[in-house]
Design a protein around this ligand. Structure first.
Ligand code: NAI
Length: 481
C-alpha cells in the first residue's frame, strides 16, 4: 500500500488529500498539521473550512484510508510520498519585505522531513512557491540525507475555493514538474499513477521543475490581470455611460478572449492572487527585469484603486460624509461559498469606511464574528501566518463594528448597504421590507453586481452598481477621486 502524508491541513491540504483518499482506496493518506485545534476540527463533524461537498467526501474516507493527525513526525517518517502544503505568505520583514514569499514554514517542514526520514521519499511541493524553490529544498534535504534519496516534485494546486471539490473531481489539468533524470522521471510517474486513478492522462501535464513552479504564479497573475482589466473598464464605463456587463459580454464572445472571469467587482481577494503577483514581481526584479515587474505590479494597483474608488463612491454619494452613519455590510468572505476572508476586499472597504467614522453592521453567512474582528484589527500581510502563531491584540474597532446574524438586522436603521460578497441568498432578500426599515434616502452600493437595479430603484433606493450607468442622484454628487 502506498502511503501519502500531507504536511499542512489547510484549504489546500485538506480537500486535495480527501479527494486522493476517495479516488485511491488502496492509498493510505495522512494529513498532518502543527495546529492541534485544526486537526481536532478535521476529526469532528464541524470541519475547519467551509467548502460545498467537502464534508461528504471526508465522511466517506475518514478512519478508513484518510487520517488527520498532529503526530507530524510519525506520519512523515512512514510515508512514501510527502506533500508539503504549508503557508507561503508574503514576507513582512527584512529582505524582500512586502513582496517576497516567506518560506519559513516550508523550510522548517523540509528540515523536519530530513530529520525523521529513514527511507527514500518523494517530496511534493503543493504550496505555491517561488521559481527555484525546489533547488533550495533539495539542498536542505540532501545535506541532511544520511544516504536517503529524495526526489522533489512540483505539483501546484489550481483549485478555487468555493468550488474546490468539483475542481478536484474534474480538474482542467494536473501539473507535475520533476527532474529530467531517470530517478526524477520515476518519481513523476509515481505521482502520475496516483492522479491517473480518476484524471484522464491527457490532462496530466508533465514538465520540468521550473516550468511547473512558474506556471502556478503565471496562472494566478493572468487570472488576476483579467479581473483588473475588467475593473479598469468599469471605471471608464461609469464615466461614459457604457455598461460593463454589456461590454464584458461583447468582448467575451470573442473565442480568443472567452466569457469566464469577466465580472466587474469591488476587487479580487483571497489568499493567493495578491501574494503570488507580489512574489512574481519580486522574482522579476531579482532577475533584472524591472519592466516586467512593473507590468504585473499594475494589476495590484488597479485592484487597490477599485477598492478605494468604491469607498469614495459610498462617501461622496452620502453627502460626502458617513460619520456616525450606520452602514450595513452584506458579505465579508472574499467570494461566495467560502468562509475564507484572507485579503477579502471587505477588509479594505470596511477600514476605509471606518476611517470616515462610519458605524458598521456586518453580516456574512459563513464568517464568524471573531474572524471579522480579527481581520479588521490586523496589519496587512499578518493574516497568512497561522492564527496560533499570531499575537493576540486588543481590538480597537469593537466600538464601531457590530457583527449580526441576518441581513435584516444588519440593514435596520442603516443609511446605506454595501454588498461585498456575491452570496446567492442576498439576491432573495425582501428589499421592500429592508427599505421600509432604513433611513432615507436609502442607498445600495452593489460591489458584486448581483442586485436587480431596476427593482431596487422602483422601491426607492439610490443604487450604485459597479461599471453601470449612474443613478441620476450619483451624477450630481462630487466626482470620485
Ligand atoms: P492554510 O493556511 O489554510 O494551511 C496551511 C497549514 O499549514 C496551516 O494549518 C498551518 O498550521 C500548517 N503548517 C504551517 N507550517 C507547518 C509545519 N511546519 N508543519 C505542519 N503544519 C504546518 O493555507 P492554504 O490556503 O491551504 O495554502 C497552502 C499553500 O497552497 C499556499 O502556498 C497557497 O499559496 C497554496 N494555494 C492555496 C490555494 C487556496 O485557494 N487557498 C489554491 C492553490 C494554492
Amino acid at each position: 500500500m502506498v502511503k501519502i502524508c500531507c504536511i499542512g491541513a489547510g484549504y489546500v491540504g485538506g480537500p486535495t488529500m480527501a479527494m486522493i483518499a476517495l479516488k485511491c482506496p488502496k492509498v493510505e493518506v495522512a494529513v498532518v498539521d502543527i495546529s492541534v485545534q485544526r486537526i481536532n476540527a478535521w476529526n469532528s463533524d464541524s470541519l475547519p473550512i467551509y467548502e460545498p461537498g467537502l464534508y461528504e467526501v471526508v465522511k466517506q474516507c475518514r478512519g478508513i484510508n484518510l487520517f488527520f493527525s498532529a503526530d507530524v513526525e510519525k506520519h512523515v517518517s512512514e510515508a512514501d510520498i510527502i506533500f508539503v502544503s504549508v503557508n507561503t505568505p508574503t514576507k513582512t520583514r527584512g529582505l524582500g519585505a512586502g513582496k517576497a514569499a516567506d518560506l519559513t514554514y516550508w523550510e522548517s517542514a523540509a528540515r523536519m522531513i530530513a530529520d525523521v526520514a529513514k527511507s527514500n521519499k518523494i517530496v511534493v511541493e503543493k504550496s505555491t512557491v517561488p521559481v527555484k524553490t525546489a533547488e533550495a529544498i533539495e539542498k536542505i534535504l540532501t545535506h541532511n540525507a544520511k544516504g536517503i534519496n529524495f526526489q522533489i516534485l512540483s505539483n501546484p494546486e489550481f483549485l478555487a475555493e468555493g468550488t474546490a471539490i468539483s475542481d478536484l473531481l474534474n480538474p482542467d489539468r494536473v501539473l507535475i514538474g520533476g527532474r529530467e533524470t531517470p530517478e526524477g522521471k520515476k518519481a513523476v510517474q509515481a505521482l502520475k499513477d496516483v492522479y491517473a486513478q480518476w484524471v484522464p492522462t491527457d490532462r496530466i501535464l508533465c514538465t520540468n521543475l521550473w516550468s511547473a513552479e512558474l506556471s502556478k504564479l503565471a496562472a494566478n497573475a493572468f487570472l488576476a490581470q483579467r479581473i483588473s482589466s475588467v475593473n479598469a473598464m468599469s471605471a471608464l464605463c461609469e464615466a461614459t455611460g457604457a455598461d460593463v456587463s454589456q461590454v464584458s459580454h461583447a468582448i467575451g464572445t470573442d473565442s480568443r478572449i472567452g466569457p469566464k472571469f469577466m465580472n466587474a467587482s469591488v476587487g479580487f481577494g483571497g489568499s493567493c492572487f495578491q501574494k503570488d503577483i507580489l512574489n512574481l514581481v519580486y522574482i522579476c526584479e531579482c532577475n533584472g527585469l524591472p519592466e516586467v515587474a512593473n507590468y504585473w505590479k499594475q494589476v495590484i494597483k488597479v485592484n487597490d484603486y477599485q477598492k478605494t474608488r468604491f469607498v469614495n463612491r459610498v462617501v461622496s454619494s452620502m453627502f460626502n460624509t458617513v460619520s456616525g452613519k450606520k452602514i450595513a455590510i452584506l458579505g465579508f468572505a472574499f467570494k461566495k461559498d467560502t468562509g475564507d476572508t484572507r485579503e477579502t476586499p471587505a477588509i479594505d472597504v470596511c477600514k476605509g469606511l471606518l476611517g470616515d467614522k462610519a458605524r458598521l453592521s456586518i453580516f456574512d453567512p459563513q464568517v464568524p464574528e471573531e474572524q471579522i474582528m480579527r481581520d479588521l484589527s490586523m496589519n496587512k500581510f499578518d493574516w497568512d501566518h497561522p492564527v496560533h502563531l499570531q499575537p493576540t491584540s486588543s481590538n480597537p474597532v469593537q466600538q464601531e463594528v457590530g457583527v449580526v446574524f441576518d441581513a435584516y438586522e444588519a440593514t435596520k436603521d442603516a443609511h446605506g448597504i454595501c454588498v461585498l460578497t456575491e452570496w446567492d441568498e442576498f439576491r432573495k432578500l425582501d428589499f421592500q421590507k429592508i427599505y421600509n426599515n432604513m433611513q432615507k434616502p436609502a442607498f445600495v452600493f452593489d460591489g458584486r453586481n448581483i442586485m436587480d437595479v431596476e427593482k431596487l430603484r422602483e422601491i426607492g433606493f439610490i443604487v450604485y452598481s459597479i461599471g453601470k450607468p449612474l443613478d441620476p442622484w450619483l451624477k450630481d454628487m462630487p466626482a470620485v477621486a
